[in-house]
Design a protein. Structure first.
Length: 134
C-alpha cells in the first residue's frame, strides 16, 4: 500500500518534504543565493487524468493517493510561510487536457510552455523595478 494512502502517511510525507525545502532554503541563504520553490500543476483529479490513464489498475492507487497528498502538502506549505514559493498548482485550466504527457505529472510541450510563461510572469512581478535612466 502507498504510504500516502492514509492521513498519517500524507502528514509524514508533507512534513518530510517541507523539512527538505527548509534545509535547501537554509543552505542557499548561507551562500547568499536566492531560491524560488515552484509547485507545478498535477493531473490528479482532473479530466486530464482520465485521458492519460490507459490502465486504471496500474496507476489507480498511485493517482488516488497523490491527489490528497498534494493537497495536504500545499496546505502545509502555505501555513509554513516559506519565502519565495510560487504555488502554480492551479495555473492550468481546470480540465488540464493536452498539458500533461502522462498521469505522473510530466508536462507536454504545451504544458511546459504555459508553465514557463506563468513562472516568468510571477517572477517578473517579484523583481524590483529597474532603475530609470537619467
Amino acid at each position: 500500500q502507498d504510504p500516502c494512502a492514509t492521513a498519517d502517511g500524507r502528514e509524514t510525507a508533507a512534513t518530510r518534504v517541507l523539512e527538505d525545502l527548509r534545509g535547501l532554503l537554509h543552505y542557499a541563504q548561507r551562500r547568499n543565493v536566492r531560491v524560488t520553490f515552484v509547485l507545478p500543476p498535477a493531473p490528479f483529479g482532473t479530466p486530464a487524468e482520465a485521458d492519460l490513464v490507459r490502465d486504471p489498475a496500474a496507476v489507480g492507487a498511485y493517482a488516488t493517493a497523490l491527489g490528497p497528498a498534494l493537497t495536504a502538502f500545499r496546505q502545509k506549505l502555505a501555513a509554513a510561510g516559506l519565502p519565495d514559493v510560487l504555488d502554480l498548482s492551479e495555473a492550468f485550466p481546470s480540465d488540464g487536457r493536452g498539458l500533461f504527457s502522462d498521469v505522473y505529472g510530466h508536462l507536454s510541450d504545451a504544458g511546459n510552455q504555459l508553465l514557463a510563461r506563468r513562472m516568468a510572469e510571477d517572477l517578473d512581478r517579484q523583481l524590483p523595478p529597474a532603475p530609470r535612466p537619467d
